[in-house]
Design a binder for this molecule. Structure first.
Ligand SMILES: C[S@@+](CC[C@H](N)C(=O)[O-])C[C@H]1O[C@@H](n2cnc3c(N)ncnc32)[C@H](O)[C@@H]1O
Length: 391
């Protein structure tokens, strides 16, 4: 097997269970590496550090799957990890038939996402190395879940960065274009082939549930970056009189309308506009809401994008605070690891000074429990939300 040695000093983070090795951190290769092949990682002096896979063409060149000398990366290890991931989910009380079964590094399977939508499964490979285990993954999923169909989504970033050639489509059985799942007491249409990500933002399940604590019958609510209406539907279900849901994707709103009908709800105003422009419009008109949820896409894919992203967040917080009634609630989320909880709190504080409103933090929420994160790898905690009462 290919062997690499890392530069002096790099071994510390690996011994601390950080599984990524950047290309410049590699001191030497035992031979010319091939994209996707397995590798033994050693410190500069030759001591064992871990087993992983390598893609010499990308910045994160090595991802370690095992820090244990007795546990090399084999199809059996992958199968065992999948089974462990499943057993963990079985213990959780997930109030839905849709859940994330494999959360990449969070389940010690870097480069693999597996989402379960009732009887259907969606897989996504985000690294070349993990895609080498496609057959093993599919076989294991068939054994563990016995699904009606498995669909492989192409991850566009992985395609571009890692050079994975994926023909997106059904890899087992048959998968209808639309699948209906339930979460809590609501049903959702999931458009697997055309939807964003694998079709649904499963990670916000607990926050969609949390918003129910804040909405009272007769309230006026706003769901910004609503996608297929996750928050809007919960607001309506709790008796909100008026709900406005805004998103740039017409397809997402179309599915949102279907969701509304499917649940016997009515009266959500679906707005197909750029959220930044729309919030400005609402603000200019002097509109006020009892509950406002702002759940934007990732504005910072890397650390260089952070200053711009923070400017975007500041604007969203200022508008959000202005649009929230006195005694009302505002939630703001970041789904980028680079925009931290601390960033959100700082931006909210600055925005509160700008608009002269006192705010009380009532809760913080994170990605739901089927998206576990590794303590020694902060990158795996990507989604955080701050909920405040605007006094
Ligand atoms: C993180 S998702 C929201 C998930 C949603 N809250 C849920 O629970 O399903 C972000 C959404 O923002 C939308 N979006 C991206 N840029 C936008 C923009 N400038 N204005 C409005 N919507 C936008 C995307 O289409 C996507 O649906």
């Amino acid at each position: 097997m290919l062997q690499i040695r890392v530069k002096p000093g790099i071994e510390d983070k690996i011994r601390g269970f950080f599984p990524w090795i950047y290309r410049p951190e590699i001191a030497s290769y035992s031979r010319k590496p091939k994209k996707g092949e397995l590798v033994v990682v050693r410190d500069f002096g030759g001591k064992f550090l871990g087993y992983g896979y390598i893609n010499p063409e990308v910045s994160i060149a090595v991802r370690i799957l095992s820090f244990d000398k007795t546990e090399p990366v084999t199809p059996e290890l992958i199968k065992r990890r999948l089974l462990q991931a499943y057993n963990y989910r079985k213990r959780l009380y997930i109030n839905s038939n849709a859940f994330r079964l494999v959360h990449s590094e969070g389940d010690l399977l870097p480069g693999l996402i597996v989402d379960v939508y009732g009887e259907y499964v969606v897989i996504e490979f985000t690294t070349f190395g993990m895609s080498m285990f496609r057959e093993t993954v599919v076989d294991a999923l068939l054994e563990i879940l016995r699904p009606k169909g498995i669909y492989e989504k192409a991850n566009l970033t992985a395609r571009k960065v890692e050079g994975i050639e994926v023909e997106e489509g059904t890899v087992y059985g048959s998968v209808p274009e639309e699948v209906i799942i339930w979460e809590h007491d609501l049903k959702y249409v999931i458009n697997i082939p055309q939807g964003q990500k694998t079709g649904f933002f499963l990670d916000q399940r607990n926050s969609r549930s949390f918003v129910r604590n804040l909405v009272e019958p007769g309230d006026r609510c706003l769901d910004v970056f609503c996608h297929t209406g996750g928050f809007a539907l919960n607001m309506k279900k709790m008796g909100a009189e008026e709900v406005i849901a805004v998103d740039l994707s017409e397809l997402a709103l179309e599915v949102g309308r279907k969701n509304e009908e499917l649940n016997g709800l009515s009266g959500i105003r679906w707005v197909n506009k750029n959220a930044f422009d729309y919030l400005k419009e609402l603000d200019t008109m002097g509109e006020k809401f009892d509950v406002v949820v702002i759940d934007p896409p990732s504005f910072a894919k890397n650390r260089h994008a952070v200053p711009n992203a923070l400017r975007g967040y500041k604007e969203l917080c200022v508008r959000g605070l202005k649009l929230t009634k006195s005694g009302g609630y505002l939630a703001i989320f970041s789904c980028s690891f680079h925009i931290t909880e601390q960033h959100l709190l700082e931006v909210l504080t600055k925005a509160s000074y700008d608009v002269r409103r006192q705010v009380r933090v009532i809760a913080k929420t994170f990605q739901d429990k089927d998206h576990p994160w590794i303590l020694q790898m902060p990158n795996t905690l990507y989604l955080k939300g701050v909920w405040v009462e605007v006094i």
